[in-house]
Design a protein around this ligand. Structure first.
Ligand code: PRT
Ligand code: ZN
Length: 282
């Protein structure tokens, strides 16, 4: 049995559960309790506030955790980052009132900076030789300058919309973050369960941003089409009943899909189907 701590309510909760569910580890989300057992995998879930997850894993009360890298950096907890999970992307940035001119890190000398991330901030200030006053505020940091509580803020930014609507501009990105899977010290049995989970997580993440594509193509164009479509090993080519035609199957990155479709059509491809890819197991 392995125990994983995930955020109980918040931006990472749904996606943490979705990742596990896509990996075939189903937890009853309706009867969400403090501690829940997976139906078909030797795992139990501990629902916590995100701030507590790194410490709980480092302390051994949970073996694994899914949490924003920003929280791992802030708490400095002694945990191992096992995987970057590709969701919850954001950054920790310094922002100042938009009408002020930014002159570089020295701008912050003697200034008051409001933040919920004092440790990450003080590391950046030290590295840049800046002396500033850190005002620790939990929540609604972005209103601190307008309220006269600070001259600048250091906070999580994602789209940047919150900064704009509070008359602030981002001037330094200090830390890039995303959700990460962290682990504490594991014995051999728990490491074996983790390895099994990672095999599944990797298959789920590997399929992200990819599509399965199939089409009919004149046999004499197959060689050129294969160059456009390098797949995991190579595309699958099957002869069609119609003389001179083949069916070609492959996997493509979603962001390259339209470009490739145009090039394949130019080669004479017809009946192109693009399908959802559920899992990719290498
Ligand atoms: O209750 P609990 O303590 O568990 O939750 P919380 O309120 O502390 O955290 P929550 O649920 O807001 O965020 C959990 C994690 O999601 C964070 O630790 C980050 O790793 C990640 N994350 C990703 C974000 C954002 N994107 C994000 N945009 N966390 C917060 N925000 C906030 C930010 O604080 C700011 O107020 O959204 C606003 C900025 O968004 P934009 O898009 O306007 O720039
Ligand atoms: Zn929190």
């Amino acid at each position: 049995m392995i125990r994983i701590a995930i955020q109980s309510k918040g931006r990472l909760s749904e996606e943490s559960l979705a990742l596990m569910s896509e990996a075939g580890i189903r937890i009853d989300a309706i009867k969400r309790k403090f501690l829940a057992r997976a139906a078909d995998f030797p795992l139990e879930v501990l629902y916590l506030r995100d701030d507590d997850i790194p410490g709980v894993v480092a302390g051994g009360s949970a073996d694994l955790g899914i949490v924003g890298y920003n929280e791992v950096a802030e708490t400095g907890a002694d945990v191992r980052i096992v995987r970057r999970l590709g969701f919850g992307a954001c950054r920790l940035s310094l922002a100042i009132p938009k009408e002020q001119e930014y002159t570089g890190p020295a701008f912050f000398e003697g200034k008051r900076i409001a933040t919920s991330y004092p440790n990450v901030l003080s590391g950046w200030l030290r590295a840049n030789g800046v002396n500033a006053q850190i005002q620790k505020i939990m929540g609604s940091v972005e209103i601190a300058p307008a309220a006269g509580l600070s001259d600048a803020i250091f906070d999580i930014v994602s789209s940047g919309g919150t900064l704009v609507s509070n008359g602030l501009k981002e001037v330094e990105t200090v830390l890039e973050s995303e959700a990460v899977l962290v682990a504490g010290t594991l014995d051999a049995d728990k490491q074996a369960i983790l390895d099994k989970m990672l095999f599944r997580f990797d298959a789920v993440m590997e399929s992200g941003g990819k599509k399965y594509i199939l089409m009919n193509i004149p046999t004499d164009k197959v060689q050129e089409a294969v160059k456009i479509l390098p797949a995991m090993r190579s595309p699958t080519v099957m002869p069609l009943a119609a003389e001179g035609w083949c069916s070609l199957h492959s996997v493509v990155l979603e962001r390259e899909l339209w470009d490739k479709i145009e090039r394949l059509k130019a080669l004479g491809a017809e009946g192109i189907l693009v399908l959802h890819l559920d899992k990719v197991i290498d």
